[in-house]
Design a protein around this ligand. Structure first.
Ligand code: GLV
Length: 314
């Protein structure tokens, strides 16, 4: 009778303490850097693991990503050929929807303007277009993009979507593929990036892309919100697009380099709202039980769900 599954926990960038505590309540857990070549390890739970460490585990059955994005796993050229499972969780989706709705509403209701008026005691009411005159365009129509689209529709916004492959969603105008990117952008006032980071999407949000957004609207400009991955965008191009008026404001949760370097002009740019990659943090209290359920299912001979398509890169 084999013992309970052993898990390798390989995390960089934050403290693994809470994940360790919750996983080890029901399974033996080995904390990386111990573990390489350990034949008793069945599963790996990872966030930005050290490249190569997974390849050394002879009996690894599956890899679980701590985040919704899996670029941090696929970056490792030696990632073994076992299923990679990404996070799909109500709790994480909810956080992301909150962030997107918060930032879209702040741009739509001209929060930045009011924040400049208040310290100067200015009592001025700007023209306020209704939500149904503003189109929010979501790049990436996966779990998170679709949930955000649904919430924005409920608020009365026009919602556009763009994705790699064809999708349909009631109430959402959808464009897909490279050829349809420009018409999607031309029809969008507030752009929200929720794409996975893959070789095809790296650096996609550059100066020229931002220049294609619609600026002829009741808000007097276009807006950019990035809640996906920093490397989807070119930080310098965003600053330049703001300074040249291609976009009016940006809300950025993610950056090319994280933490955002102190020398980045984005920190102090008056038209940029910065958060520290906190739009939708992974909470182990909600995610560990989902991972353990999946491990149990595999042990029973059932199929894993939310498996990454390696060729697509997400
Ligand atoms: C966070 O960035 C995630 O991938 O969930």
């Amino acid at each position: 009778m084999p013992g309970p599954n052993r898990i390798l926990l390989a995390i960089q960038g934050f403290h693994p303490h809470r994940w360790y505590e919750l996983l080890s309540a029901s399974r033996p857990v080995t904390l990386e850097p111990d573990g390489p070549a350990d034949p008793s390890i069945d599963y790996a739970v990872v966030w930005k693991h050290r490249p190569g460490v997974l390849a050394s585990l002879p009996n690894l059955k599956a890899i679980f990503s701590i985040g919704a994005g899996v670029d941090h796993i696929l970056n490792d050229p030696a990632v073994p050929d076992v299923p990679i499972v990404r996070v799909v969780a109500q709790n994480l989706t909810q956080y992301m929807v909150e962030y997107v709705v918060w930032r879209v509403l702040d741009h739509h209701r001209q929060g930045a303007l009011y924040r400049t008026q208040q310290p100067r005691k200015i009592w001025h009411e700007p023209l306020q277009p209704p939500a149904d005159e503003i189109a929010v365009g979501i790049m990436g129509l996966g779990q998170l993009g679709r949930a955000a689209a649904k919430a924005l529709l409920a608020l009365g916004f026009k919602v556009n979507g763009w994705s790699r492959t064809a999708h349909t969603m009631e109430g959402v105008a959808i464009w897909h593929g490279e050829n349809e990117l420009t018409p999607f952008l031309n029809a969008t006032d507030i752009l929200v990036a929720l794409l996975p980071l893959t070789p095809a999407t790296r650096g996609i949000v550059d100066y020229s892309l931002l220049g294609k957004l619609n600026r002829e609207n009741g808000l007097g400009g276009a807006f950019f919100v990035n809640a996906g991955r920093g490397q989807l965008q070119k930080d310098a191009d965003i600053a330049r697009a703001l300074d040249d008026g291609l976009i009016k404001e940006a809300s950025l949760d993610v950056f090319e380099t994280e933490p955002l370097p102190e020398t980045s002009p984005l920190w102090t740019h008056p038209k940029v709202f910065v958060t520290p990659h906190s739009a939708a943090s992974s909470d182990p209290v909600h995610l560990v039980p989902l991972m353990l359920e999946q491990m149990d299912a595999l042990e029973r001979g059932e199929r894993l769900t939310n498996i990454v398509d390696r060729k697509a890169g997400y």
